[in-house]
Design a protein around this ligand. Structure first.
Ligand SMILES: Cc1cc2nc3c(=O)[nH]c(=O)nc-3n(C[C@H](O)[C@H](O)[C@H](O)COP(=O)(O)OP(=O)(O)OC[C@H]3O[C@@H](n4cnc5c(N)ncnc54)[C@H](O)[C@@H]3O)c2cc1C
Length: 475
């Protein structure tokens, strides 16, 4: 694929050609219903919305290829849609066109228990996959908070609470089937754990936010269910003590499965929302330890001594699987807990990450920024990775949104000045576009633009996302 001539017909004419062709080829899989289009006009927690002209519900790789061929021929944008849980405006069809919904592609195509891998269609959610794997003794560990699809998780290079132990989507995808902008289907990677052949197209597509190709099948690494899992909660009088405990756990190399921080504001909201009445509204670390019983005992003992040295209160243990699930469900519902505390307000969920040694300095700075802003905001996150979120509640007005954005910009500036990234897991979408050049530098950005121009010369794949326009590729 190389650079391409501009279309001659007006957009509306090309769009109506596309709609007639798709309706003829795909029938009821194409919807122009207003409420269906509205549901595909935005993701979560972000105020931008733009209606697609139609939503196509793909059921196979062939369906996706058919849509892309027609849209490519007519220069009409296509935005892949998984579950729409992304938070940086990723799924909004900024230029209209087609929203290509993959949520009906939910088949598990193969489970290779002996090799600890499986192949799934891109629209299956991680929760459904794990429910289907239950009897195999295997599971898929990457767990973003929403009911996200595996394809959407690949496209955002998602992670979650267990990434500190099991890695992110980057480490857990072995290969893909993807449809390129012109409708060609490619296979990347395979079933082996490593390969030193060719460019790593799997890694290129993982994290590409639907801008380079549309993923239809994914080969995933699976993991054995641990022999023992123990979960505990430890509360701290100060934020510093909690963050230092988490940092020291990682620096000591304790192979903890999860270590999540909720500050006092977040904990107060979770206590109310998830009925965690046994806890106080204090800064809290949620821990999970797993492995062979002896290894778990050792992890617990080391973690408890670090927490004690940092003035942690007594550990509260989740003794049963039900109690453990209740705690982690409360953690996963943190966003909704803040929403419930702030009825009628809009929420902005920020995301940044720094090397673990910089985490205490960053979080302290962010606490000061929040205080100076006068806004209600909580801090929570996957502190074992150096990654955390601030959930900011503001008036549901353009001015309120600008206030939240101003705070977010301060947080990102702090993270970048501490050798961090403007997003550890949510991705760029449109919300983080302005930071890409600072983070990656103009030369690396030129390489990214050259890749985009080569693989999607007509700029039909999720235009306006991930890559700020600039030389070579103008977006
Ligand atoms: C309450 C809450 C908590 C969250 N917690 C986390 C968290 O802990 N960690 C985390 O990483 N994220 C988190 N997220 C964000 C979100 O869940 C992730 O970004 C998730 O990976 C998005 O998956 P999705 O299926 O909803 O994708 P969508 O939102 O539908 O799409 C996301 C992007 O991927 C593209 N895309 C979707 N499917 C495909 C495909 N098959 N091929 C190519 N491109 C595709 C879309 O065009 C879009 O650019 C959270 C969100 C919410 C609402």
């Amino acid at each position: 694929m190389t650079s391409d001539a501009q279309p001659t017909l007006p957009f509306e004419t090309r769009l109506s050609v596309v709609l007639s062709l798709l309706q003829a080829q795909m029938g009821a899989k194409v919807s122009t219903n207003a409420s269906v289009c509205e549901a595909h006009s935005h993701g979560e927690a972000y105020q931008i919305a733009h209606m697609p002209a139609a939503v196509v519900f793909a059921q196979s790789t062939a369906d996706v290829a058919a849509v892309l061929k027609v849209c490519h021929a007519n220069h009409v944008p296509v935005v892949a849609f998984g579950a729409g849980t992304s938070v940086e405006g990723h799924v909004t069809p900024l230029e209209g066109g087609i929203s290509l919904d993959l949520s009906r592609m939910t088949d598990v195509l193969a489970v290779n228990a002996a090799d600890l891998d499986c192949r799934v269609q891109a629209g299956i959610t991680r929760q459904s996959l794990n429910a289907l794997l239950r009897d195999t003794g295997l599971f898929f560990p990457v767990d973003p908070g929403g009911e996200a699809t595996i394809g959407g998780m690949c496209a955002t290079r998602a992670s979650g609470t267990a990434a500190v132990h099991y890695g992110t989507m980057k480490e857990n995808v072995l290969g893909l089937t993807a449809v390129m902008a012109n409708g060609e289907v490619i296979q990347t990677g395979g079933r082996v754990r490593k390969s030193s052949t060719g460019y790593d197209l799997t890694s290129l597509l993982v994290g590409s936010e639907g801008t380079l190709g549309i993923i239809t099948e994914v080969q995933l690494r699976l993991h054995g269910l641990p022999e023992q899992i123990s979960a505990a909660v430890c509360q701290f009088e100060t934020l510093d003590d909690a963050v230092n405990t988490a940092v020291e756990i990682i620096q000591m190399g304790i192979p903890i499965t999860r270590v999540e921080l909720l500050d006092a504001v977040q904990m107060q909201a979770c206590i109310a929302f998830s009925n965690l009445t046994e806890f106080k509204p204090l800064t809290t670390l949620f821990f999970e330890f797993s492995g062979a019983p002896e290894a778990v005992r050792e992890q617990i003992s080391l973690t408890q001594s670090l927490a004690t040295e940092n003035n942690g209160l007594a550990f509260a243990w989740a003794e049963t699987a039900d109690e453990r699930n209740r705690l982690w469900k409360a953690r996963h519902n943190a966003f909704w807990a803040i929403k419930a505390q702030n009825p009628g307000k809009q929420l902005v969920s920020t995301d940044c990450i720094v090397p673990i040694s910089q985490l205490t300095e960053l979080i302290n700075g962010v606490r000061q920024d929040i205080a100076a802003s006068g806004l209600y905001a909580s801090i929570l996150g996957h502190v074992g990775d150096g990654n955390f979120h601030t959930i900011i509640a503001t008036e549901d007005t353009p001015e309120g949104y600008q206030q939240a954005l101003a705070l977010d910009r301060k947080i990102v500036a702090r993270a970048l000045s501490l050798h961090g990234s403007c997003s550890g897991e949510h991705g760029v979408g449109v919300g983080k576009l302005e930071f890409l050049e600072t983070e990656h530098g103009p030369e690396a950005l030129s390489v990214m633009r050259a890749l985009k121009a080569t693989l999607d010369p007509r700029n039909i794949l999720n235009p306006g996302k991930l890559l700020p326009s600039g030389p070579i590729y103008h977006g």
